[in-house]
Design a protein around this ligand. Structure first.
Ligand code: SAH
Ligand code: SF4
Ligand code: F3S
Length: 485
């Protein structure tokens, strides 16, 4: 869809279109005229910014928010010194939550200095009724609040907030709707996240995501392929397929299709060079997926496979629906089929009732699976989840001690794993000028590790062959072998 043409055709004097996508274009145009009016009054351009907390899904959602803000006519800036600031929030752990409250205080001070400033909040945290109550009570300077299910209505809600001096709040409990073809502004010209599904049906007993993101919904393969083709036409060479559990993609579509089959279709897209995906739930990882990965030219040699705990007993209470043995068997299968695969994971320590023996089982899996890296989290109690009301919560000092021991183990192993490719020549997608030294470029290997090498900005977005001369723990220093791959 040509966004600008679509906008041109809209008549603000006419009826509001019934089709949801066109309806939102109508409101983008309406916001544009409201913004122009305000800019004329103030005699300056107005700026907008979206600040993202949380996961890749939120990062992608923020690109959609920015796409709309840009079409409305705001100059897009980074950070919080803007006339319109939206926080796209996360609530997966309590500290994600606390960070937002802390930064809201800072925004309030900025708003006192710039009375034209508008502040909006959206994302997962806003799906929690207690959060909205707290903001209504203690953060009255916020102009607009909406949740995850109605993010496609951003333009409409923005128009309402621009015309109102009261806080505009619109939170939905759930949705079965997926609205396609709204504007989106990518952070990187050469790579992009692509949602293949929304929501989660797994209800791991510690996790709040199913409550704030709603039931699992897959996009149709046709829409996904069409989006990727358009991205490739626009210069994208790498896509990251996004879902809370990509391995259950397509199961509820009218014409069911597996994630592995979707990957086969994506692989066929000409001009697309790399495919990544996130996240794989071990319980649904099929042999077909391993086979497709092993035979693929484009799927990157990386699998993020959250373990959460190595104890089968805890895994059962977590409702993860696999055992330690099944998990290790999967790792084995993956390594056998794709020997150079890099494995990463998420681990939680201190889940209610976790004993030292359970924790030792986690360490055992860490040693056996040889992760390239692992995100380690201290269990955080999330109101409304089954684990929050379990009565055997682990004392803080015990958790902290386990966390430190786990971190050390994980770091020792990832150092050892990272050096594996030293001396090899590997294709690298050049992503940016190195932030510390501008004579170096930073690129990403298929296995997701970074390499820094001498080069210039003209290489950004290209895939070049780089010799990995030296491993520095979690990244490489290298030199270009040839710049056309
Ligand atoms: N859908 C993904 C995970 C999304 S949340 C999956 O199932 O793998 C990202 C990570 O946050 C999870 O893998 C888990 O390790 C961590 N996490 C989720 N809820 C948590 C909680 N209550 N406390 C601590 N860590 C949590
Ligand atoms: Fe949370 Fe489990 Fe769903 Fe992942 S699969 S988002 S951990 S409930
Ligand atoms: Fe956070 Fe929501 Fe993602 S809770 S981790 S932003 S799905």
């Amino acid at each position: 869809m040509n966004y600008d043409k679509e906008l041109e055709q809209i008549d603000l004097q006419g009826n509001i279109p019934a089709d949801e996508t066109r309806r939102q274009y109508y409101f983008i145009k309406k916001c544009r005229s409201l913004l122009e009016k305000k800019e004329n009054e103030l005699g300056r351009k107005l700026t907008a910014s979206a600040v993202t907390f949380g996961c890749q899904m939120n990062a992608r959602d923020s690109e959609k928010l920015i796409g709309i803000l840009e079409k409305v006519g705001y100059s897009i800036v980074e950070g919080e010194d803007a006339d319109f600031v939206i926080y796209n929030t996360c609530t997966v752990r309590e500290n994600a939550n606390l960070r937002v409250y802390g930064r809201l205080g800072v925004l309030n001070n900025k708003k006192k200095k710039n009375p034209h400033m508008m502040i909006a909040l959206c994302g997962c945290m806003m799906q929690e009724p207690e959060v909205v109550e707290k903001i209504k009570k203690s953060y009255r300077f916020v102009n607009l609040i909406f949740g995850t299910h109605n993010i496609y209505k951003f333009a409409e809600l923005l128009a309402a907030a621009m015309e109102s001096d009261r806080m505009v709040i619109d939170i939905w409990k759930d949705t079965d709707k997926i609205v396609e073809n709204l504007p989106v502004e990518r952070k990187y010209p050469f790579k992009s996240g692509v949602n293949i599904m929304f929501g989660c049906n797994n209800f791991c007993s510690y996790c709040i995501v199913p409550y704030v993101r709603g039931r699992e919904r897959s996009r149709t393969p046709v829409e996904i392929i069409r989006e990727i083709e358009r991205l490739v036409d626009d210069g994208v060479v790498e896509v990251m397929l996004l879902g809370q559990n990509v391995n259950s993609y397509g199961k509820n579509l009218e014409d069911p299709i597996s994630f592995a089959q979707l990957l086969r279709e994506v692989e066929k897209i000409e001009g697309l060079k790399r495919i990544r995906f996130m996240t794989s739930h071990p319980k649904d990882l099929s042999d077909e997926l391993i086979e497709v990965m092993a035979g693929s030219e484009k799927i990157c040699r990386h699998m993020h496979l959250p373990l959460q705990s190595g104890s089968s007993r805890i895994l059962k209470i977590m409702n993860r629906r696999y055992t330690k043995e099944q998990y290790l068997e999967l790792v084995e299968k993956l390594r056998r089929a794709i020997p150079d695969i890099s494995l990463t994971t998420d681990i939680i320590v201190g889940f209610p009732g976790e004993t030292e023996e359970d924790f030792q089982e986690t360490l055992d899996v860490v040693r056996k699976a040889h992760y390239d890296s692992a995100f380690t989290f201290i269990y955080s109690k999330r109101t409304g989840t089954p684990a929050a009301s379990m009565d055997n919560q682990v004392p803080e000092d015990v958790v902290k001690d386990r966390f430190d021991r786990l971190l050390k183990e994980v770091q020792d192993i990832s150092k050892e794993m990272a050096g594996r490719l030293t001396g090899q020549v590997q294709p690298v997608l050049v992503e940016e000028v190195n932030s510390q030294d501008n004579t170096l470029m930073t690129g990403r290997l298929s296995n997701n590790l970074l390499v820094h090498f001498p080069g210039d900005a003209s290489l950004i977005g290209k895939i070049v062959n780089v010799r990995l001369s030296q491993c520095k723990g979690f990244y490489y220093i290298g030199e270009i072998k040839d710049s056309e791959v």
